[in-house]
Design a protein around this ligand. Structure first.
Ligand SMILES: Nc1ncnc2c1ncn2[C@@H]1O[C@H](COP(=O)(O)OP(=O)(O)OP(=O)(O)O)[C@@H](O)[C@H]1O
Ligand SMILES: [Mg+2]
Length: 256
């Protein structure tokens, strides 16, 4: 049974950056095979990892819907619509040497993400048995997890910025993660982008009040910020990078 680790947290706190480095960490520690899942409709885990992607579940679904509208039936004779869809959705899995990446993406236009969420859910369930680790980057908030996109999660890593209100938001996500029947054995908090002076007493007090288990505090890192600004894959920062070194130490302590 694959161990599933999901990242959660409010917008822009560093979920995808930490998720990308977690995937690299697991691969470097021979915890393979790994399925990386980008469950953010605005996909960007591939950029952090430096991996090219061609298709997403959303874009494939869109293409099929367009073909149907144009009455241009691409389904080969003797194949059911369901079988054809299954075959096409397999294209959304990009295979790499160290990990495979499944990208949800979105369909065009208005409407809800539920449909593509459902496809993601069944694809993850289908692949789960082939992997030792499944690492899921989520969009901001707890929508995905609450909608039951993931059938089961072993570890939830909540990422927060270093502010009191940020930690309070993380606390609400924590409460929701506990309420939902995900089977999470551990829920950890990572505070990211702390100033050189570290987290304030108030912030640390708030963590305690919310009852969260603080795995560690990571610094704001200029080199990481510049790397990202130049469009370089931040998960590939050298090991000597201060942020990466601190994050790897934190993962070492997490018993992953
Ligand atoms: N410790 C850090 N020091 C400097 N920059 C950072 C740090 N952590 C993250 N960043 C930068 O902050 C920005 C947001 O990070 P990221 O995309 O990982 O956040 P996110 O939580 O996944 O955002 P979203 O909610 O939009 O998915 C990126 O430009 C990233 O490079
Ligand atoms: Mg993100």
């Amino acid at each position: 049974m694959a161990k599933t680790i999901a990242l959660a947290g409010k917008g822009g706190v560093g979920k995808t950056t930490i998720c990308g480095m977690l995937i690299k960490y697991l691969a470097e520690h021979n915890k393979k095979p790994i399925l990386a899942v980008d469950a953010d409709a605005n996909e960007n885990l591939n950029e952090v990892l430096g991996m090219e992607i061609e298709d997403t579940l959303g874009s494939i679904r869109e293409e099929m819907a367009q073909a149907e509208l144009a009455k241009n039936n691409p389904i080969p004779l003797g194949m059911t619509k369901q079988e054809y869809a299954e075959m096409k959705f397999a294209d959304a899995l990009s295979e790499g040497d160290d990990y495979d990446l499944l990208v949800m993406g979105r369909t065009q236009g208005k409407g809800c993400y539920c449909f593509v969420n459902g496809i993601l859910s069944s694809q993850v369930a289908k692949y789960a048995g082939n992997y030792k680790y499944i690492v899921v980057d989520n969009e901001a908030g707890m929508e995905h997890i609450s909608r039951g996109v993931l059938p089961r999660v072993d570890t939830v890593i909540i990422v927060s910025d270093c502010s009191r209100r940020g930690v309070m938001t993380a606390g609400r996500i924590y409460d929701l993660a506990k309420e939902l029947d995900l089977g999470a054995k551990e829920i950890k908090l990572i505070i990211n982008r702390a100033p050189a002076s570290g987290a304030s007493e108030t912030v640390l007090e708030t963590v305690k009040e919310c009852g969260m288990d603080l795995a560690g505090i990571l610094p704001h890192d200029e080199e990481l910020f510049e790397y990202d600004g130049e469009g370089k894959p931040t998960a590939e920062l050298p090991k000597e990078n201060h942020f990466k070194a601190e994050l790897y130490k934190l993962f070492d302590s997490m018993n992953l």
